[in-house]
Design a protein around this ligand. Structure first.
Ligand code: ADP
Ligand code: MG
Length: 247
């Protein structure tokens, strides 16, 4: 069995009368991609926010590498090994690709770094940033101002910034959104590279990419999980076909 790095058990998030996420249980495993699909408003982004600590669940628990992190703030969860990208980009456009990644790497360092620790933390942040730049395939763009890079490269940069915090768990919300075919193919290759050593949750609308990448697939509709299993199992589920895939 693969190692469980993140588990959300029976989590619910209510906004007033609406249960945006209702009694959802998901697990993320090392070296596996768990894709979450569903129509707009299904609760996918809310689920991502619950796992990253951006919002706290109304009920239910989240564990990260065996630790109960329910109710922790996003910075603390990030330091415990979770990295996420946002649908809306976090890039500083006037800065270079390298500066963006280097700043993200520094954010991993605790604020209260003492003098003696500071020198080694700078070296470590440089190394993390260098690895992230390479892993994301952005070496050629290192000195380019982010604003001058393509849409696809900006999405790669966003993932590099996430990698610079050295996460074990990656939550990616629609990394292929707005991409052309060539850009999407490059992103799929990147996500396949990232599978190794990471546990990944991938929220994505591009079904070709989902069925190429996913080891496990969960379908959400109206805040609830209607199916979860291997892509083949989910595809064969009659409820999924009528509710979502439209086959
Ligand atoms: P998805 O990402 O699957 O499109 P979301 O998680 O963004 O869905 O939204 C799920 C539901 O929760 C939607 O009905 C949305 O309007 C609602 N919702 C999301 N965030 C909030 C919020 N902060 N306050 C109130 N309702 C919200
Ligand atoms: Mg969303």
């Amino acid at each position: 069995m693969p190692e469980t790095l993140l588990a959300a058990r029976n989590i619910t998030k209510r906004f007033g009368g609406l249960a945006a996420v209702h009694d959802v249980t998901v697990e993320l495993w090392r070296d596996r991609i768990h894709a979450v699909i569903g129509p707009n408003g299904a609760g996918k982004s809310t689920l991502t926010n619950l796992l990253s600590g951006d919002i706290a669940p109304t009920t239910g628990t989240v564990t990260l590498a065996g630790r109960d992190v329910t109710g922790w703030n996003p910075e603390r969860i990030s330091r415990a090994g979770l990295g996420r990208s946002y649908q809306k980009t976090n890039i500083f456009l006037p800065f270079t690709v390298w500066e963006n990644i280097r700043l993200a790497a520094q954010s991993r360092t605790p604020n209260a770094a003492r003098w003696l620790k500071l020198a080694s933390s700078v070296g470590e942040a440089n190394e993390r940033a260098e690895r992230a730049l390479e892993l994301a395939g952005l070496q050629q763009r290192r000195h380019q101002v982010a604003a001058a890079t393509s849409h696809g490269e900006q999405r790669q940069l966003e993932i590099a910034m996430t990698l610079a915090t050295d996460p074990q768990v990656l939550l990616l919300d629609e990394p292929l959104a707005g991409m052309g075919t060539a850009e999407a193919e490059r992103m799929v290759e990147l996500l396949l590279r990232l599978k190794k050593d990471h546990a990944m949750m991938l929220v994505e609308h591009d079904m070709d990419a989902v069925f190429t990448l996913a080891d496990h697939l969960t379908v959400m509709v109206n805040g609830q999980v209607i199916a979860s299993g291997t892509p083949a199992q989910v595809r064969a589920d009659p409820q999924v076909q009528s509710a979502y895939l439209g086959e």
